[in-house]
Write a protein that binds this ligand. Structure first.
Ligand code: OAD
Length: 232
């Protein structure tokens, strides 16, 4: 049975109105990574970090999936084999489009996490430094987001999927953040056909056998259509 593994990044949600990180005027032009996306930044100023993710949570709740998210959900429904979606995105737009089993390697805005007892629960719209964990009552509540210097989630399972992949596609990601940036090379060496779908060549586009450049809402539905007809 054929296995398709897909990695998505901020570019797939750009046309849903969610800003990317590294494009001109992106999130990392407006905020310092070390202030809002590291454990040290959170320890220094938890209010600032909560404010940043509260704003992103509110924005993500307003956003609607675009034709690229819809096409990947369709691929999952209609492909003959298994379609695994791994995302670096913390929005819930793949699920909103109907995708299932999405692996959120960098965490999710809709979850809260207790650093004291590791309990997870649904994040309220706005989180605050003195929120108590509903399980252990500690005030060690944080957004369930993987920050720089922390280990992304589900890595063992993800490497395994990449090794078993027949096709690997990276969509809307600049290829600047590891370990996700190494997935193309890893899957390719393990025998997958690799394809990059992005607005422009990513920094590691040489790791991919094929590239399709353009906006996600255009190139992804076309690619999905081709994958489905190839399987017929
Ligand atoms: P980036 O902002 O680094 O890259 C977004 C990519 O999407 C760029 O290569 C753009 O060219 C492309 N892009 C922009 N608009 C697009 C469109 N409409 N269609 C297709 N592609 C488009 O975002 P990521 O690669 O996702 O991690 O960033 C990876 C990680 O870095 C994030 O998960 C986040 C960030 O720091 C953490 O916060 C831990």
């Amino acid at each position: 049975m054929e296995k398709i593994v897909i990695l998505t990044g901020a570019g797939i949600s750009a046309e849903s109105g969610l800003g990317t990180f590294r494009d001109e005027g992106g999130l990392w032009a407006q905020h310092r990574i070390e202030d809002v996306a590291t454990p040290e930044g959170f320890a220094r100023n938890p209010q600032l970090v909560h404010d940043f993710y509260n704003a992103r949570r509110a924005q993500a709740l307003e956003a609607k999936p675009n034709p690229a998210h819809d096409a990947l959900a369709r691929l999952q429904r209609e492909a003959k084999g298994e379609v695994v979606i791994v995302t670096q995105n913390v929005d819930g737009l793949h699920e909103a489009a109907g995708a299932t089993g999405v692996m959120h390697m960098h965490g999710a805005l809709n979850a809260a996490f207790c650093a004291a007892c590791e309990h997870r629960w649904d994040a309220p719209l706005a989180m605050a430094p003195d929120d108590r964990c509903p399980a252990c009552q500690a005030t060690a509540t944080r957004p369930d987001i993987v920050w720089f210097g922390e280990m992304p989630y589900d890595m063992e399972e993800i490497w395994q999927h990449l090794e078993e992949a027949d096709v690997f596609a990276a969509i809307g990601t600049s290829g600047q953040v590891y370990p996700a940036a190494a997935f193309g090379q890893h899957a390719g060496r393990a025998g997958a056909h690799t394809v990059e779908l992005n607005l422009e060549p990513s920094v590691n586009s040489r790791d991919f056998a094929e590239a399709r450049h353009g906006s996600a809402s255009e190139v992804v539905p076309l690619w999905v259509e081709e994958e489905l007809s190839r399987q017929k």
